[in-house]
Design a protein around this ligand. Structure first.
Ligand code: ZN
Length: 324
């Protein structure tokens, strides 16, 4: 073969190779289809908030209790139970807040990890009077909670517990996706910093107040009251669907007058008739306070968070308690 022929031959071979490379079937690249993310299901809003803060964009965090609904009254439908069973992790509040979770837990396979967050935080006992009041009522079939072993389940309103929840979720997510552990630690540290800032604002903002009697329609604020040394007086017990007796109403009205309480707080997601009645009777104002059991769709759309709503609560408390 002379040089000229060799060049032509080499050219033909090259063309064939290029052609083969060009037209041969390539391994299919997934374009526009993102890799399936690990899914974690949570029950309550505070867990949703913490889990999202720690996860960043590494985990798909889903809430089981729909936004805007009363978390006390919730019970999952079969689709929601199926969603939980497809999750890598199911985190629920515990301490009797979602009695349905105990049932769902038993149906899950070993591929879904389960965390009862109440086991990882500092719980406080519910007040004796709540039990007395509760036992006088007819048994509540649904929505009954918080009386399990006499603990108050609204523990996310203690900011120290929110910090513990963040640490727990950081550790659990890191176990679930070890390759993303650094990212989770960093996110958790950032969120804990925010919580610590919030805690300082509460401590300083509520240290010098004229009035320290907190009157609410639903006893969700025991942790907040204790952390800030308030006397907590609630019209109904720890479960949001209880109805106060005439004696309880009379007693609250008496206390409101006696302590010159100017504000009766109520929860937006539950019936506020009782708070309105007391306010009318005593000339006090009825003001909504967010127990953060859940948030509304509007609140979420307007980018409200645990932090921003707690700051709103603080503003209202400072005004009602006449704090300096
Ligand atoms: Zn509640």
């Amino acid at each position: 073969m002379d040089t000229k022929r060799l060049i032509v031959f080499a050219g033909v071979i090259t063309a064939i190779i290029i052609g083969m490379t060009f037209f041969s079937p390539q391994p299919q690249k997934k374009v526009g289809i993102p890799e399936a993310k690990t899914v974690v299901s949570v029950s309550t809003f505070s867990l949703y908030e913490v889990a999202n803060a720690v996860a960043g964009d590494a985990i798909d965090v889903r809430t089981i209790v729909p936004l805007g609904s009363d978390a006390h009254m919730f019970s999952p439908n079969p689709t929601q139970v199926a969603d939980i069973s497809k999750s890598a992790l199911f985190i629920y509040n515990g301490a009797g807040f979602e009695t349905w979770a105990e049932g769902v837990k038993t149906t899950l396979s070993t591929t879904t990890g389960v965390i009862d967050m109440s086991q990882r935080v500092a719980l406080q006992k519910s007040k004796e009077e709540d039990h007395a009041e509760h036992s006088a009522e007819t048994p509540v079939v649904h929505g009954e909670h918080n009386h399990q072993e006499g603990y108050d389940a609204h523990y996310w309103l203690d900011i120290d517990n929110m910090i513990k929840m963040t640490q727990t979720i950081d550790a659990e997510f890191s176990k679930l996706l070890p390759s993303k552990a650094e990212q989770f630690h960093k996110n958790a540290a950032g969120y804990i910093g925010e919580l610590q800032k919030l805690k300082t604002e509460f401590t300083t903002g509520l240290s010098e107040c004229k009035n320290r009697t907190l009157v609410t329609n639903h006893n969700a604020f025991g942790y907040l009251a204790r952390a800030n040394k308030f006397e907590n007086l609630s019209v109904i017990g720890l479960s949001s669907d209880e109805q106060p007796s005439a004696q309880v109403m009379a007693h609250i009205i008496e206390v409101v007058r006696e302590h010159s309480v100017k504000t009766i707080f109520f929860e937006e997601l539950i019936n506020d008739n009782v708070a309105q009645t007391i306010a009318k009777e005593t000339g006090a104002k009825a003001v909504p306070l967010q127990p953060l059991e859940n948030i509304s769709e509007d609140e979420l759309k307007s980018h409200q968070t645990y932090l921003s709503l707690m700051r709103e609560n603080l503003k209202k408390l400072r005004e009602a308690m006449e704090c300096r």
